[in-house]
Design a protein around this ligand. Structure first.
Ligand code: FE2
Ligand code: FE2
Length: 172
C-alpha cells in the first residue's frame, strides 16, 4: 500500500469520527458529553501519532521550490494548532461529565473544523509537491516505513473505534 493511500484512508477515518462528534454535540448535553469524550479518547492519541509521522515524512524531503516550502511551513503551523487544540481537549477529558460544556463543545468543534481544513491543505497543496519531487529529494525507505506505521495505527484505531461505534450510534 502506497504511503498516500494510507494517509488518505486515515484522513477519512479521522473525518468520520469528527462527523460523528458533530452529530453527538447536537444531542442532549449529558449524552453529548459522554459520546464526545469516548470519541476523543480514540481520536486524540491516534491523531498525535499520525501528525508525528507526517511531520517526519514531509519534513525530511528536500523541496527546491519556494512555494513548496511555503506550503510545508503552513502545514507545520497547522500541526502546531491541532496539537494545541488536542492538549486543550485532553485536559477536559478526565472530568468530561462535569467540565465546562461550552469549552468542551467549542474545543471539539474547532478541532473538527481545523482538521477538515488541514486535510484539504495537505491533500490538495502539499502532497502534489511531495509527489513531484525527484528520487534524490525523498528517502524512499522512510516513505515505506511511514506507510507501514500508518497502517498499524489505523488498525489499532479501527479496533478501538469498532469497540465504541455501536455505543456511539445506538445508545441514547
Ligand atoms: Fe497533518
Ligand atoms: Fe494528514
Amino acid at each position: 500500500m502506497g504511503v498516500f493511500a494510507s494517509l488518505a484512508r486515515e484522513h477519512r477515518l479521522f473525518s468520520s469520527v469528527g462527523l460523528q462528534c458533530e452529530f453527538s454535540l447536537d444531542r442532549e448535553e449529558r449524552i453529548a458529553r459522554r459520546k464526545v469524550a469516548e470519541a476523543m479518547r480514540v481520536l486524540l492519541p491516534a491523531l498525535e501519532r499520525h501528525e508525528e509521522v507526517e511531520s517526519l515524512l514531509f519534513g525530511d524531503a528536500d523541496y527546491a521550490e519556494r512555494e513548496a516550502r511555503r506550503v510545508l511551513a503552513l502545514v507545520a503551523a497547522q500541526h502546531g494548532e491541532i496539537e494545541a487544540l488536542r492538549a486543550e481537549i485532553e485536559a477536559l477529558l478526565p472530568n468530561a461529565e462535569h467540565c465546562d460544556f461550552g469549552r468542551l463543545k467549542s474545543g471539539v468543534l474547532r478541532l473538527v473544523q481545523g482538521l477538515k481544513f488541514h486535510f484539504e491543505t495537505e491533500e490538495n497543496l502539499l502532497w502534489p509537491f511531495y509527489n513531484s519531487l525527484g528520487s534524490r529529494s525523498i528517502r524512499r525507505s522512510l516513505a515505506h516505513e511511514v506507510g507501514e506505521k500508518i497502517d498499524q495505527m489505523e488498525k489499532g484505531m479501527k479496533k478501538s473505534w469498532a469497540a465504541i461505534a455501536d455505543y456511539l450510534e445506538k445508545e441514547p
